[in-house]
Design a protein around this ligand. Structure first.
Ligand SMILES: Cc1ncc(COP(=O)(O)O)c(C=O)c1O
Length: 401
């Protein structure tokens, strides 16, 4: 590296060392720390691209006046995923987003326009109380009336309460949670659909927030939970840095060309194009990394990873049951939630707090991602035992699995 007196490399190295060390016990947030991008970054630097300002501004499916983009790779990422989410060939439109919230933003914004194209009445947004806070924020941003529906003890929308809240005289924008943030609850789409087909709201748009579970479900026998063909949803948002594992936030947003056609085209003369995306500049690097990962991993690889995290989540739940630690895990979920341990455990394992009086009050959760193997789980359980005043069974520091 060339000498640069303005860059304190020692400080940077110390910071990097700390991050690499801390990732070994980061189990409370849904970030897959098993990232394999060193080879990609090496190629990126030697190829010269690290010194090129690329930008994916515009609709990736349309020719762009700004040619320094990775639209061709972005389209291939979307083409890889759209059949996995049950879209028919040529039916899907999508982008690589800057995360789950960006995907939800597009879903809710597109939904408002779809509903507006068939009714002048302002829509109501329905969402479960345990859905991610981004939905509340984005509903606020759109100036929508939001009806928050209570959730059952597993974190799934209470469908009876939904039926009571539903106003069929107004367009309905329903956000379905496939994997709630804290408990990993999956809203019952069949039951919600049954209510909708009976009550028949004047207009309907369904957006699926599948930030974490949407990553692995297509690679399991439960793929139909996120299938557009099967569930008839209008759009879906998935985070990339959660199940798939990237070094920075990114994600997927998928919808149909039919939904896209109802959007305000906002012709932008300096781009000689209509731009359907909310943000103008978009990352060109993110689609390239996703494309790289798809080619390195493949469907079989993702299938094995999905199997592994679900198996390890079962193992964690089983270990907690063995020590009679109050803990819960929903079906098809990699999230185990349990009685909140002491502060030192919370801090050491980066655990996130939550409260639910129905489950005894203070809770925390462990989201089993790829870097949390059985060995690491044993260390974690050991700390819970120590926290309760018991004796540890393992020694040494945990290693990522
Ligand atoms: C269910 C759910 N939706 C949306 C989000 C937001 O995703 P992102 O952090 O990728 O913006 C999260 C984040 O944890 C989430 O759990």
């Amino acid at each position: 590296m060339t000498a640069n007196h303005n860059v304190d490399i020692n400080r940077l190295n110390a910071f990097a060392e700390k991050m690499v060390h801390e990732k070994k016990t980061a189990v409370g947030f849904p970030c897959n720390q098993n990232i394999k991008l060193a080879e990609f970054y090496h190629w990126y630097a030697v190829s010269g691209l690290a010194d090129v300002a690329m930008n994916n501004v515009g609709d990736p499916r349309k020719p762009s006046l700004f040619s320094l983009n990775t639209h061709e790779f972005e389209n291939e990422v979307i083409d890889f995923f759209s059949p996995l989410y049950g879209f028919l060939p040529d039916e899907a439109w999508g982008i690589v987003t800057n995360g789950g919230t960006d995907g939800n933003n597009h879903g809710i914004y597109f939904g408002v326009h779809v509903l507006g194209s068939s009714s002048k009445i302002k829509p109501v947004l329905y969402v479960s109380q345990e859905a991610h806070y981004s939905i509340m924020r984005l509903s606020d941003l759109q100036g929508l009336e939001m009806r928050q529906i209570p959730a059952n003890i597993r974190g799934e929308m209470d469908v009876q309460a939904f039926e009571q809240a539903l106003d069929p005289g107004r367009p309905a924008l329903i956000v379905i949670a496939v994997g709630t943030t804290f408990k990993g609850g999956i809203d019952n789409q069949d039951a919600i659909d049954e209510v909708l087909s009976r009550k028949r709201p004047v207009a309907l748009y369904r957006h699926v927030d599948a930030a974490l579970f949407g990553g692995y479900l297509p690679f399991t026998e439960h793929a139909d939970l996120v299938s557009h063909t099967r569930r008839k949803y209008d759009s879906i948002a998935v985070s990339g840095h959660k199940f798939f594992g990237f070094d920075e936030p990114l994600g997927l947003f998928l919808t149909t060309n039919k939904v896209l056609a109802t959007q305000n085209p906002f012709r932008v003369s300096y781009l000689n194009a209509s731009v359907p995306t909310i943000t103008c500049s978009r990352s060109a690097l993110a689609p390239l990394k996703f494309w790289w990962q798809i080619h390195k991993t493949g469907v079989e690889g993702y299938r094995r990873q999905a199997e592994l995290i679900l198996k390890n989540a079962e193992y964690l739940k089983q270990r907690l049951d063995e020590i009679s630690y109050p803990a819960w895990k929903n079906d098809i979920s990699n999230t185990v939630y349990f009685q909140r341990p002491g502060d030192w455990v919370m801090k050491k394992w980066s655990l996130a707090p939550y409260e639910d009086e129905r489950l005894g009050g203070k809770l925390a959760h462990d989201i089993v991602m790829r870097h949390e193997g059985m060995h690491m789980i044993d260390h974690f359980v050991d700390d819970l035992v120590l926290d309760r005043g018991g004796e540890s069974e393992t020694d040494g520091t945990p290693q990522t699995g």
